[in-house]
Ligand binder design. Sequence first.
Ligand code: CO
Length: 134
Amino acid sequence: MIGRLNHVAIAVPDLRPPRQPIATLWARRSPHPEDLPEHGVTVVFVELPNTKIELLHPLGAGSPIEAFLAKSPSGGIHHVCYEVDDIRAARDRLRAQGARVLGDGEPRIGAHGKPVLFLHPKDFSGTLVELEQA
Ligand code: CO
């Protein structure tokens, strides 16, 4: 039901290329940040051999990343994203097992142009979970 890890998202206070030593780790950044107004974020992806890192920066008023950075000013892991074949079927199965789906529960289009949903961290060991239909 849950497929491969699609990405780990890290909230960052600054989207400019970082200084060493993390610049080495994040050398394979996408060249252009992408604004996702519906999600209140600007994203930059870092490609790794087996997955991606999604760097998240606040976009617009009331961005969820702004609140996150208020608590963790130097940034931190924000969510993990798992792939699923059928996002509505996965949502319904997880809901039936007691998981809380954030927002109105309807998938929205995420950073890769595919439907995504977020699940409440209290139901997943304190980790915000994103599902993406692969
Ligand atoms: Co994500």
